[in-house]
Design a binder for this molecule. Structure first.
Ligand code: ZN
Length: 203
């Protein structure tokens, strides 16, 4: 980032929280903005159903757009800045597949520091509550459907991360990390805290 997104001034390097970061220096008349870097948060949804033949299947979508056009993944997308990840995943799954869902809990988190951004992805287990699976393609989504483990193993363009997650869901290997409401400070709204409480791990 070269210019301040708030006031348009040229950013200068300043030492902030132990390293040099582009900032809009107040001593030069700037607004104080600090560029801490680029972070993204995505949310993915796992939906598993028992087929009429008793075989468990997971919901996948085929991407209609770049990046990875034609590739298969579990449904989901980016979390907007004014929504929480648990709301985003329900919204994205309905937009992409037509299925309305309820969030049962968080099951996975993946994170990677890329050259240009720090990318996070959080995955929830969802239960279908309504809607109908939309199968006709649109520009964003080329296809959607439920697939067994065997079928997924024959899909050359299934993302490895999605396979890992969907296989764990089909084989009932996932542990739900439950949501808990925690009070904010100074009158701020509560947070949703995902925390796996159990018998403890004394170190
Ligand atoms: Zn500024």
């Amino acid at each position: 980032m070269n210019f301040c997104p708030n006031c348009g001034r040229k950013l200068e390097l300043g030492l902030i929280v132990l390293r040099e970061r582009p900032m809009c220096k107040t001593e030069d008349g700037g607004c104080g903005f600090i560029d801490f870097g680029h972070y993204t948060l995505g949310a993915g949804g796992l939906v598993v159903l028992d087929g009429p033949d008793g075989v468990r299947k997971a919901l996948l979508i085929q991407r209609g757009e770049e990046p990875n056009r034609g590739g298969w993944t579990i449904p989901g997308g980016f979390v907007e800045f004014d929504e929480t990840a648990d709301k985003a995943v329900v919204r994205e799954v309905e937009e992409e597949t037509g299925l309305q869902t309820r969030n049962l809990g968080m099951v996975a988190y993946r994170n990677r520091a890329n050259p240009g951004d720090n990318s996070s992805y959080v995955v929830f287990l969802l239960e279908v509550t309504g809607g109908e699976l939309r199968t006709e393609p649109d520009p964003e989504i080329a296809g959607a459907g439920f697939f067994s483990l065997e079928e997924m193993q024959q899909m050359p363009r299934l993302a490895p991360l999605s396979y890992e997650l969907a296989a764990a869901a089909i084989e009932d290997r996932l542990q739900l990390i439950q949501a808990k409401q925690v009070q904010g400070v100074n009158g701020a709204p509560p947070f949703t805290l995902y925390i796996q409480e159990g018998s403890g791990n004394r170190v």
